[in-house]
Design a protein around this ligand. Structure first.
Ligand SMILES: Cc1ncc(COP(=O)(O)O)c(C=O)c1O
Length: 420
């Protein structure tokens, strides 16, 4: 193992400090924070992050496959455009909170190109400060005290917390690979919960489980939404991060989908622009208008030079998403084959930038948080414990494909060495 583990007393102190960091910091306030904040559950990644930090301070070279933070560079042409646009004083002013019209038009063209979906950039698309911000504010615009949202579980954390922050209730719907069963759970919840849930949140390709769906699933969902009078929010963050010829459908492809819901896409993954914070909400004009209204109060839009550079990304970097997906696919193969070789039962994902891996037999009793801590401490590999995505994530690890193939191979070697 080419690693520098923390040594001696200093290392022991650092590890002790990491072990002592409390998971739940929400009760630590001496000030009177809002109930909204108090309602937020403990931060489950806290101990892992503290340990990662402590080990790194001690000189360890942690291979970080924890967070889905793309490390590859934004296309140079986009960066150059940002530099050029940043020189222009008129781009230094507040921008429009809904996003430049030309940017929204590019997003509409993107939908047209990928899914043959027609969207009016004027009132069916709004730019957001990344899809996470847009999603959170849309929840605030649609949900409040006494309202309920159905959220598949396990879930990308903001799909739960944004509902909680809006003061509404979350009803977890167990995610199931068997789509009939999953749809059955949704219908059952809609038939039995009173007052009837207002919003259904979907996210396919799914983070963290990597589950994918076909268009028929969304057709069914649109029928259900119409039958029960609910709104659908689809998070399509991994629209083009798909493998082996699989193409992710858009919820908006279904005729009539715009009458019952909207969808978020992001430039974070497809264009390697995670730090730039640009996403879009598209679809139901009233949902878009509700989001625009709340954003009009909260923000002044994305830095205009960024928006101009994002237009260039749409116009000139259409092929990048495919190339980038191929990069993720090679990393996926490298990780999955490596783990399979050491006896782990790993199913290669069809999409997303993760592998969702059951904890191998001798360690499943340990629970995902303790096992992830063990991997970090003994193999110097950081992964996300499934429990961090809700109770139904227990028993799994989410491994992000964010390091290059050599580092991924190294990670597998270190895991093999550490677990014996
Ligand atoms: C399912 C899902 N939605 C949204 C996001 C956040 O996207 P953005 O960078 O546009 O806020 C992520 C990022 O990991 C994600 O996995």
């Amino acid at each position: 193992m080419t690693r520098k583990a923390p040594r001696g007393r200093r290392a022991a102190e650092l590890l002790d400090q990491a072990a002592m960091v409390r998971i739940d910091t929400t009760d630590d306030y001496t000030i009177d924070v809002s109930n909204r904040l108090r309602r937020l559950p403990p931060y489950l990644f806290g101990r892992l992050n503290a340990m990662k930090h402590a080990l790194r301070q001690g000189g360890a070279d942690i291979i970080d496959l924890g967070m889905g933070n793309p490390r590859d560079a934004t296309p140079q042409i986009v960066v150059d455009k940002l530099c050029e646009a940043a020189q222009e004083p008129r781009n230094h002013r507040y921008s429009v909170s809904t996003g430049l019209f030309n940017l929204r038009r590019e997003a509409a063209r993107y939908y047209q190109r990928l899914w043959d979906v027609d969207l009016d950039p004027e009132d069916e698309i709004i730019a957001t400060i990344g899809s996470k911000e847009g999603f959170s504010h849309l929840c605030l615009a649609l949900l409040g005290s006494g309202d309920t949202a159905l959220v598949p579980s396990p879930a990308f954390p903001i799909h739960v917390y944004a509902v909680a922050l809006a003061g509404a209730n979350v009803i977890s719907v167990p995610l199931s690979e068997d789509q009939d069963e999953f749809v059955g759970h949704i219908v059952y919840a809609l038939e039995h919960i009173y007052p009837r849930p207002k919003v259904l949140i979907l996210n396919f390709p799914h983070n963290p489980t990597t589950m994918t769906v076909e268009l028929g699933f969304y057709e069914e969902i649109v029928r259900i939404a119409k039958r029960f009078g609910i709104l659908v929010i689809s998070d399509l963050a991994y629209a083009e991060t798909t493998f082996d010829g699989y193409q992710a459908p858009s919820f908006l492809q279904v005729p009539g989908a715009k009458d019952v819901g909207c969808e978020f896409i992001t430039m974070s993954k497809q264009f390697n622009m995670a730090g730039w914070r640009i996403g879009f909400c598209a679809g139901h004009p009233e949902m878009v208008r509700a989001l625009a209204k709340i954003k009009g109060y909260y923000d002044y839009g994305i830095f205009q030079a960024l928006q101009i550079a994002a237009i260039i990304a749409f116009r000139h970097c259409g092929g990048l998403a495919r190339e980038q997906a191929e990069v993720y696919q090679r990393r996926r193969d490298c990780l999955c084959r490596g783990l399979q070789r050491i006896g782990w039962d790993v199913k290669p994902p069809k999409a997303s930038m993760f592998a969702w891996v059951p904890i191998p037999e001798p360690w499943c009793e340990m629970g995902s948080i303790e096992f992830a801590l063990k991997l970090m401490r003994e193999a110097e590999v950081a992964v996300a414990p499934g429990r961090g995505f809700g109770e139904n994530g227990e028993g799994y690890l989410r491994i992000a494909l964010v390091e290059n193939e050599d580092r991924i191979r190294q990670a597998v070697r270190q895991i093999k060495h550490a677990l014996g």
